[in-house]
Write a protein that binds this ligand. Sequence first.
Ligand code: PHE
Length: 539
Amino acid sequence: MEKRSQWSSRFTFILAAIGSAVGLGNAWRFPGLAAKHGGGTFLLVYLVAMLAMGIPLLMMEISISRKFRKGAIESMRGIGKKFEPIGWAATSNAFVIVCYYAVVFAWVILMFLNSWQFAGMTGNNEGASNLFFDLTQTTGAIEGSSIPGPVLLCTLIAWGLIFYCIRNGASSVGKVVKFTVFAPVVLLLIMAIKGCTMSGAGEGLAKLFIPDFSALADPSLWVDAIGQVFYSLSIMMAIMFAYGSYLGDDADIAADAMIIAFSDMAISVLSGIVMFSTMGGTGMLDKITDSGVSTAFIVYPQAIVHLTDVGWLNAAFGAVFYLMLITLAIDSAFSIVEGVSAAVSDKFHLKSKTVTISICAICGLISLIFTTQAGLAWLDIVDNWTNQINLIIIGVLECIAVGWFFDLKKVHHEVNRNAKKFKAPYVWLAASIKVVSPVLLVGLFVWNMIVLFGEKGGSYGSYPIWAQVAAGWVVSGLVFLSGFVARMIINHKKKTQGFVEDEISWDAAPAAAAVSADAKAPAKKTAKSSRKKSGKRKK
Ligand code: PHE
């Protein structure tokens, strides 16, 4: 039996989970939503949604996978055989998401490499906002099939970086996150200092922090806050299952989940401070929108060329901004691949490195669709379906499976097993997992459907219906069918190749070593050889 990879310390796990949670969503979606929903009011509702739903679900996923020591698919089978397809759906949805997330990551790299161009654009709004379009040649519609060379190159770099970071699973992830979690915070602080020292910054900060309570009456505030909590914590994406499965037996899940969630929120607020102070300082406050792509690639460049009168200084700030986005995005991007890889290799007893390489290669090829001139349009469609539809359904199913068909007391016990100062109360977890989360998520789903079929007449954006069917509905169908197709394949393998599935039960789950020990190496080995071996995920 292969030995399972494990985090080298509690701190490493927390960093890796924060790295996954903190991503592009914090930098460009959170400030945009705050702008849309009365600043401080959004912050308050976001906090409520995080406590009511986000943190309990995060604890649930981490504790279940820590107990089974398996990725999403096998962990859901452990909850109940019939729930395995939910694990498959989460994994397949993550597989689709990473195909386009990698391209957004590539665009960020492309902008970073071209940020020197801002030097010659001081005060030139049009030039700044066209840079992204010039570089990517994107049409924004389902038109154009050529792939610009630089975009292709950056996509290759993106996939190369992703693979490099997860090549040895928890062990290599543990090393990179020490850099990728702190670097964006430092870069954000530099930008916050620049932003807050500009005249006009106060107006921006007032808009971010002073609540406008009249915004509470708008149901879309709640819808957006719930969606953002869900997206930001990287739950229901197979990721937290994988990361939880590398935890040692002595991990304090109750406290760790709180640290992860509040750090994620703190970085969102810091990004908000950067965005609002900079936009206030450049007189562009009303340009902040909730469309992330447009904020980062179209609106923010206009602010960059107004930061100072010195071209090269603006270019330097531009480079800092895109470098910040690179360091934010990379650990989210590789966490998705890691989630998928862990789930699949656990299921089929495959070598994780082989699975990781295969996923990077297959997703890399699929991601080429998003590098074409029509890429932004495809991305918009796929993003809408995977996040506004699939993710929510997976969330509801997971809550119902664990909350109503499994003994939640066991999950609660697992969460608090090593709790020291902070213990998660049972009523909190039970109320959230059984009732509050599924009800809120169903509400969110119904709302999205009403918007799609009511207001928009069944069409998302102005894309042709065939494209929405192909990249939206068909992809959703495949995501939810994947578990059933996989079951057929597994049964066939059982009959013809003697494939044997692992026995998986909560009470007989394997114990792990203490998280602080480097448990990757067999206990017999000397400390020195243990350290050497810990570089590999599975031997
Ligand atoms: N949580 C990440 C963010 O806020 C998003 C993410 C999406 C992470 C998909 C992993 C997978 O940007």
